[in-house]
Design a protein around this ligand. Sequence first.
Ligand code: ZN
Length: 339
Amino acid sequence: MAFPQFRRLPTEIRREIWRQCLPNRVVELDEPVGQLTALFPDDADYCCFSNHTAHINRQPPLISRVCVESRTVALEHVDLSPPATRTTLDFAFGTSMGPADWVDKRRDVLHLNYNDCYSAWYREGEGVFDLLVSEAEAKAQGASLTWAFYDNVTDVDEYLDTLRNRRLLVSLGVVTIHAPLQPALESGLFGLLGDARVVLVDANDTERLKQYQSFCEKHGLPPDTDPHPASFFNKYCQQGSRARVQDRTEDMRFSWLVNSWFLNKDRIDDPEGAWSGTPETIPERPEEQWWWQRWVPNREHPWMKDMLEAMPRIQPRIMVRLCTQRCPIEYPSARRARK
Ligand SMILES: [Zn+2]
């Protein structure tokens, strides 16, 4: 639809319209390899070669290509210089940030799809968590990681301080909707212009998740071809799912608290007094014992008071991806191989 009057609008209004069309994106530091993002039994049916989506999601947004004025606006908070830090992530995965990557400091979040097989290169994520935090601070408006990686990070003593007061988006699960671009554009669920193909939805926002669920039911591949989305949305949209999300979030916050206590207990005055309730036996290192409902903090204890104020600010998210390829049809053997 042509709108010739657009040029006659005052410059500031035109620029604001361009700004409103820019996507809020999740830029991935590493490629989420389909088979690897689904290492957990619940995700056995996950089938997507997500590299395609990750790549599109890192390209300059469409608005940056309309005209000189729109490109100037799109570049307002984008730094295209090479990253300050380079780690062996380049060597292992060949996918870390480069000059061609587009990250908007005001709108975008940096995400790491770390999973357990990285342990072959990095002990409990050492090195790559630093990369995520430093790059996110320099270039983006926030950092995001998977819950499995968060669990690894809280096992590393040096990171307990880094996590103090830190706001982190934590992805509890990943679902890919295999659907054509046109209905996705019309839905507005993947950016106004369809160039935000990876979105992080508030895991407590069941209504929003249901919008993706119904989009998937209407436009996605049928469940007999791609069964993962239906079971995934059932899990996160049903009654009681919010309580489970809240439990998981508390669990993550408490794993930081309990690990910090274990690390510092020789330096804390009256360390046992920091808890009003603990598991029956306190092991050397908590491992499975840090389920938060077993550890009741004593809010009057000075060390505990300070730590409760400094707990990581975890925002639980669900990663929803739009893949316009037909992975479960084109690569059905990948899905069968994991069964
Ligand atoms: Zn796919």
